[in-house]
Write a protein that binds this ligand. Structure first.
Ligand SMILES: [Zn+2]
Ligand SMILES: [Zn+2]
Length: 703
């Protein structure tokens, strides 16, 4: 179960409510009786309004001896279920046993034996009944979470997740019962149950699809594959209960104090079957589940539905290291390895050598025997080239490559052979991944990948300031052509994409204007999986807009056609505080200040076109964001951390306080260095430790 320390109860509700004459009348009718009840008992009221729907009163809660003011201030601690009025739940302090009990209004009235209350409540039911939501609720006597008596561990986990958060939201104690127990109340049916079986709806849907279906007896949440039901629960928690997931800590925040039930059926099918990133937040199972990330880097337990793993422990450059290792075979069998420039080299395999095929196949079956899970949605084995250009030029390899017009010819032929042999043995949930990378990036003209072969195309050489479909960018034009060619012959293309600058990680990588366009480009060309490689050493260089990136990437993987700007603004406002809009403005300014092409090793001077005047404007926006944070420690910390990257950009480009000679800007450098240390930033880029190359603040590189 979740650690409660991961949950932040920081209230961030934003309400807007327009009082029309009709609403006022309804409100008056609904509130008056309760005011009278309360006055009789000298107890304060708790009144909740749902701004998104008609105004109505959900519950009246006499709470001890608190004043109305304090009660309102603590509205986040109210049980605020949308209960039918006749069964309004009252929290009552039973003084004889010194604990709170939850009883219905009728029980409360009986207990008080007060006829006046009875009359008033009946009147209140009459006037406010039309304002309660949902037919199901009107008939519900109680609430429970229902799972099948034969529920899978993943379905049980999904039910427990719902229970945990609903209890937190409503301060209630929802019970999980099985569908063989009698129950005539409002049922949250989680997974396949006999109460509301959605198996027909979900049949033939791909893994990770889910359905959220209101029905006369409650609400059913059901998904396909191991994780689908859990994903459905998280969508319900996010969209209808206000549990949002913005960052790695606190991983879940409450942005609402109430649950609103959906009226219409919701159906979701994933745009991509494989959704992966190595930015830090995605390392956390709760974050991954909330954002539907499912790759091998997301550490789901089997009870949570498992991830999509790479079997054999390695996900790239495997052929000459894992399956036919040069350490083991090169000395005795150099013919297993590539003939390049007239001599055998250990860097790549000779893929048309039959003995190599047998060795690799044997190794694959060994891995399957040890690690294969027949219940998993998908498991992947990587059969991929090493990270060097020494492809085999022997007679047979060359003939295959020449016939296909690409070195991918011999590679796909080899991987197809292995994939077909494994498929024949009945391993239908296993796929083989290979790379379309450097010398194999171009699609073959004859051979087509088998259905269980994944071709992973890398955007390593691409430009990220221009979209992939920007025909004006000569760098991207080639990759776009390659992708189109692969999508013509391969039904399972995955993308290995990049979202940071590995030579200047501490700086800013202004790719925010192309993230969505590229994700849509992938989807439109039949891509079925995306891995967004980022700053995987973020625990040593946690600056820039890392949390924002993870959030936007996750949102785009979930839906490439989402409202990108609105999502970004929502994130900024919730993560950076009330001045989040200024942070978005800064990002827009930096993006607009980008010049030329942008690679993942681009120098800062080649990346930005920013003069002192523009830098001053951006500085002003940071100051406004800080001021709007209004003293919130969490917001200020988030702003300060991200601002380190902007300060680094200024330092490298010699802007503002970093202008002039080393002597003149010594103070600014010293302050910056000390702030990096204070924020535990220990690396500048993928390889350089601050302690090694950055220890003297004079050494901040100036281009
Ligand atoms: Zn060869
Ligand atoms: Zn470009």
């Amino acid at each position: 179960m979740y650690m409660r320390t991961d949950i932040c109860c920081r209230p961030m509700i934003r309400m807007s409510f327009r009082l029309t004459p009709l609403r006022f009348l309804i409100l008056l009718c609904a509130v008056l009786p309760r005011l009278l009840i309360a006055s009789l008992h000298r107890s304060p009221l708790r009144i909740s309004l749902d701004p998104a729907r008609h105004a109505y009163v959900r519950s009246v809660l006499p709470i001890g001896q608190q004043s109305l003011t304090s009660c309102r201030k603590r509205r986040f601690h109210a049980p605020v279920m949308h209960l039918p009025v006749k069964d309004t739940i009252i929290t009552h302090t039973n003084r004889s046993v010194r604990r709170s009990e939850r009883i219905t209004a009728r029980q409360y009235m009986r207990m008080k034996n007060d006829r006046m209350i009875l009359l008033l409540v009946i009147f209140q039911i009459v006037v406010s009944f039309p304002c309660t939501i949902g037919k199901a609720q009107a008939d519900a006597g109680d609430y429970a979470i229902v799972v099948s008596a034969n529920a899978s561990p993943a379905e049980r986990y999904a039910a427990e997740t719902l229970q945990d958060y609903l209890n937190l939201l409503n301060h209630s104690d929802y019970e999980i019962i099985t569908d063989d127990q009698p129950f005539d109340g409002f049922a949250f049916c989680i997974g396949a149950t006999s109460v509301y079986d959605t198996s027909d709806d979900i049949k033939n849907k791909p893994a990770d699809s889910y359905i959220i279906a209101p029905f006369s007896g409650g609400l059913a949440i059901f998904g396909a594959g191991g994780r689908g039901t859990l994903y459905g629960v998280h969508t319900f928690l996010e969209d209808f209960c206000g549990f949002k997931c913005y960052a790695w800590y606190p991983v879940m925040v409450m942005t609402s104090d109430k649950m609103v039930l959906p009226k219409e059926k919701i159906e979701y099918e994933p745009f991509f079957e494989y959704r992966n990133t190595d930015w830090r937040s995605g390392w956390m199972p709760i974050y991954s589940a909330a954002h539907k990330l499912n790759g091998e880097l997301q550490s789901y337990t089997p009870e949570q539905g498992g991830n999509i793993p790479y079997l054999g422990g390695s996900r790239c450059h495997t052929l000459s290291t894992v399956f036919c290792p040069s350490d083991t075979y090169f000395e005795t069998h150099p013919e297993y390895f590539a003939l390049h420039d007239g001599r055998r080299v250990p860097g790549q395999l000779c893929l048309t050598n039959d003995r190599v095929y047998e060795i690799v196949l044997e190794e694959v079956f060994g891995i399957l025997k040890a690690e294969h899970d027949p219940e998993a949605d998908l498991q992947i084995i990587s059969l991929s080239q090493a990270d060097n250009p020494y492809y085999c030029e022997c007679e047979r390899c060359k003939a295959t490559d020449d016939a296909n017009g690409s070195h991918s010819g011999s590679l796909i032929t080899f991987v197809n052979r292995i994939a077909a042999a494994v498929s024949e043995k009945g391993y239908h949930n296993v796929a083989f991944d290979t790379l379309a990378y450097t010398y194999t990036r171009k699609a073959p003209s004859l051979i087509k990948p088998e259905a269980n072969v994944i071709v992973r195309l890398c955007t390593f050489e691409c430009c990220f300031s221009h979209a992939l479909d920007d025909t004006g960018c000569r760098i991207n034009r080639e990759l776009a052509e390659d992708l189109k060619a692969w999508s013509g012959i391969c039904g399972r293309i995955y993308i290995w994409d990049y979202t940071t600058n590995y030579a200047y990680t501490l700086g800013i990588f202004p790719d925010f204007s192309t993230l969505q366009k590229n994700m849509q480009f992938f989807h439109k060309h039949g891509v079925r999986g995306v891995y967004e490689e980022g700053n995987y050493y973020v625990d040593r260089c946690d600056t820039e807009f890392g949390e924002l990136r993870t959030y936007m990437i996750a949102e785009l993987l979930e839906d490439p056609y989402c409202d990108y700007d609105a999502k970004m603004l929502e994130f900024c406002t919730n993560y950076y505080g009330k001045g989040g809009g200024y942070i978005k403005e800064i990002i827009d300014e930096l993006t607009a200040g980008t010049r030329g092409h942008l690679g993942i090793y681009s120098r800062m001077g080649d990346t930005f076109s920013i003069d002192d005047e523009k830098a001053e404007k951006i500085d002003r926006l940071w100051a406004m964001a800080e001021s709007a944070a209004n003293g919130s420690d969490a917001s200020l910390e988030a702003i300060e951390r991200s601002k380190l990257s902007w300060r680094y950009v200024k330092a490298v480009l010699g802007l503002r306080e970093f202008s002039g000679s080393l002597e003149e800007n010594r103070d600014a450098r010293e302050r910056f260095y000390n702030d990096l240390i204070a924020h535990d930033v220990r690396m500048i880029d993928e390889w350089t430790w601050i302690e090694d190359d950055f220890s003297a603040y004079e050494m901040i590189p100036v281009e």
